[in-house]
Design a protein around this ligand. Structure first.
Ligand code: NAP
Length: 285
């Protein structure tokens, strides 16, 4: 496989962001992002660090709002709604998963859809399904933008998405469908998974099982986008077994260095787009 790194696409996204941030700066506007974090669970720490770094690099004003694990849904909704109503706040991100006693859907719906930079709220979800302007979940968008960047021919191609979560599998399938791929979604109850994936031109792997998918799952010339991220014995690995890189003539996104950095860059792109829309007073949704 030929590795499909995210770095070149990230560099392009950053260049575009820099131009936009400069133009906004000339008008006295600095894009602003707020991230809501609940509890002191360390599992999202590296994701959080990458967002802080990306915001600094892009000259995006970054704020964090911390809440104890005991916070109620109502308290969180109130805090998110305050930021949604602040005309000087452009992007709102809710770090998930939230503790089980919190209704994450209600909290996500407190985010103004024009500031919902990770496409979590039901308005963003619905608009994505309708093919209307919205911010899709950044990870799902990273998958299709990476494939697009590598000139994957979506039209009529058979794309198989492994996983049906709301933040990865389902939005990914919607974005692939918009590009005229023929999409199959697989999940934990899919029978003979390998027989489905072996026929695919493009396989998006977002299952959450470290190094689970070996070469028997893929056609040798397939495009494989690995969304999985796991720490195994101190190493970062994906859902696809590392040995797959040594076989075939297709493309495979490495972990680390594939989807992850593109996801973070797209979150910043979304904040800047939201700021530009406010500046142009052309909030379309
Ligand atoms: P999730 O909510 O746990 O969903 C996993 C999905 O995989 C479910 O739909 C599940 O099916 C399906 N699944 C589980 N075992 C399977 C199997 N053996 N065969 C086929 N399907 C199976 O996970 P997620 O949030 O979508 O995340 C998936 C992975 O992406 C994780 O490794 C996560 O860390 C990573 N991730 C990466 C980024 C990034 O920016 N790179 C962002 C988010 C997540 P059921 O629905 O039937 O249970």
């Amino acid at each position: 496989m030929i590795p499909l790194f995210g770095a070149d696409l990230v560099a392009r996204i950053r260049d575009d962001i820099a131009l936009d941030v400069e133009a906004l700066g000339a008008k006295g506007i600095r894009p602003r992002l707020v991230v809501f974090l609940v509890g002191d669970d360390d599992s999202g720490a590296s994701y959080r660090k990458s967002i802080v770094k990306a915001a600094e690099r892009s000259d995006i004003e970054y704020e964090e709002r911390f809440f104890p694990v005991s916070v109620s849904t109502a308290e969180l909704v109130k805090a998110v709604a305050e930021q949604s109503h602040d005309p000087m706040m452009h992007g709102i991100l809710l770090q998930t998963p939230l503790p089980p006693h919190i209704d994450a859907n209600i909290v996500a719906d407190a985010i103004d859809p024009s500031k919902d930079i990770d496409g979590l709220g039901s308005c963003s979800v619905g608009r994505l399904q309708l093919g209307l302007d919205c911010f899709p979940p950044a990870t799902a968008e990273a998958v299709v933008r990476l494939a697009e960047f590598a000139e994957f021919p979506f039209r009529g191609a058979h794309a198989v998405v492994l996983g049906r979560s709301n933040i990865v599998g389902k939005p990914c399938a919607a974005l692939l469908l918009q590009r005229n791929a023929t999409v199959t979604i697989c999940h934990s109850r899919t029978r003979d998974l390998w027989a489905v994936t072996q026929k695919a031109d493009l396989v998006v792997v977002g299952v959450g099982k470290a190094e689970f998918f070996g070469k028997k799952y893929f056609r040798p010339d397939a495009f494989i986008i690995d969304v999985g991220i796991h720490v195994v014995e101190g190493r970062l690995v994906g859902d696809v077994d590392g040995s797959v890189m040594k076989f075939g003539t297709g493309r495979l996104t490495p972990v680390p260095g594939g989807v992850g950095p593109v996801t973070t860059a797209l979150l910043m792109e979304h904040v800047v787009t939201a700021a530009k829309r406010v500046e142009m007073s052309s909030k379309v949704f």
